[in-house]
Design a protein. Structure first.
Length: 66
């Protein structure tokens, strides 16, 4: 029969850091792809010069916040 190997604290910390780093880089590359597809913002159709919108309800322009 096999018996369970013991896992040292150092191996656990290094393994956890490697997994967290892989997740972070994977999430970054996924966010980068999503940002490139967000260039066609349908909310930006009626905006004036130097205006920005974050959602359908908020528009920030140099004159006012609507």
């Amino acid at each position: 029969m096999g018996h369970m190997q013991t896992l040292s604290r150092r191996a656990f910390v290094f393994g956890s850091a490697a997994i967290a780093g892989g997740i972070a880089f994977g999430a970054y590359s996924g966010a980068e792809a999503a940002a490139s597809s967000a260039d066609d913002n349908p909310l930006a159709a009626g905006l004036g010069a130097n205006s920005v919108t974050f959602n359908p309800w908020v528009e920030i322009s140099p004159d006012k916040i609507t």
